[in-house]
Design a protein around this ligand. Structure first.
Ligand SMILES: NC(=O)c1ccc[n+]([C@@H]2O[C@H](COP(=O)([O-])OP(=O)(O)OC[C@H]3O[C@@H](n4cnc5c(N)ncnc54)[C@H](OP(=O)(O)O)[C@@H]3O)[C@@H](O)[C@H]2O)c1
Length: 235
């Protein structure tokens, strides 16, 4: 990323709430310029407006659906206008049906939708950002889950999508030597997605998403080799 005085530019997907919003706040605090995405315009606009003061970085909130190729192109075009992108945080994600169904009962349209958002949308955005990322020797941070590597009942559809995300990262890392690629497991977090995974349960004991932001900032500052990261281990 940059060593001169021009702010680095990050695209953060799913920045209207949960982990994406917390990461955006951490980056804004650190002076990054941000291009933020989520489908719901009011929540995204509100999240962007409440970011910490961040001169000289700029913030652009672009509501839209990651499965829309035009929206992905707009995100990268704005990041390019700001002088980047230096980083893509592929954080937006879908869980699938709640309560989580066993694979025997997973509706295929819902599975297709999961793959479209979590995998195809993520790769589509990354593809468009790669020219800028190569130029700036930037990074891709894909948010993954322990469900990508463990076998939890009910988590087959979501876990398979995250396993695909991890393998995309693994291959991208060898194909793009000028770009760092990390796939990071944040651990359980108290967010809407987590509540949807455990409907009716009290998830008040799960840590808030803000708790892993220092690990994200440390990752970006130290730029370890591409690979899988458990964010809590960096804290
Ligand atoms: N929470 C956990 O315990 C946990 C654990 C491991 C990994 N993760 C991962 O962490 C990431 C963030 O999850 P979270 O828990 O913070 O979830 P969340 O609170 O549900 O937030 C998801 C964000 O993604 C956006 N989003 C969803 N679908 C989108 C789409 N098609 N296009 C654009 N934006 C979209 C949402 O906004 P809109 O709905 O308005 O679009 C929202 O801003 C996900 O990749 C998740 O798999 C979470």
């Amino acid at each position: 990323m940059r060593t001169n005085s021009v702010p680095s530019v990050a695209i953060v997907t799913g920045a209207s709430r949960g982990l994406g919003r917390a990461i955006a706040a951490g980056l804004a605090e650190a002076g990054w310029s941000l291009v933020l995405d989520a489908r719901g315009a009011p929540a995204l606009t509100e999240a962007a407006a409440r970011l910490p003061a961040r001169p000289p970085g700029r913030v652009v909130a672009l509501p839209g659906d990651l499965i829309d190729p035009d929206h992905r192109a707009r995100l990268v075009a704005v990041a390019t206008e700001l002088g980047g992108p230096d980083l893509v945080v592929n954080n937006a994600g879908a869980l699938g049906p709640s309560p989580l169904p066993r694979l025997a009962d997973l509706p295929l349209p819902a599975f297709r939708e999961l793959l479209e958002v979590n995998v195809v949308g993520l790769l589509g955005l990354t593809q468009l950002a790669l020219p800028g990322l190569r130029q700036h020797e930037g990074g891709v941070l894909n948010i993954t889950s322990d469900a990508a590597v463990e076998a939890y009942e009910g988590w087959g559809g979501y876990g398979a999508s995250k396993a695909a995300v991890e393998q995309l990262g693994r291959v991208l890392a060898v194909e793009e030597p000028d770009v760092r690629v990390w796939w990071a497991d944040p651990g359980d977090l108290r967010t809407r997605m987590h509540q949807d995974a455990f409907p009716g349960e009290d998830i008040g004991d799960r840590p808030l998403p803000e708790t892993v932001v220092p690990a994200v900032l440390k990752l970006l500052a130290t730029r370890p080799e591409s690979g899988r990261v458990r964010l809590r281990e960096l804290l």
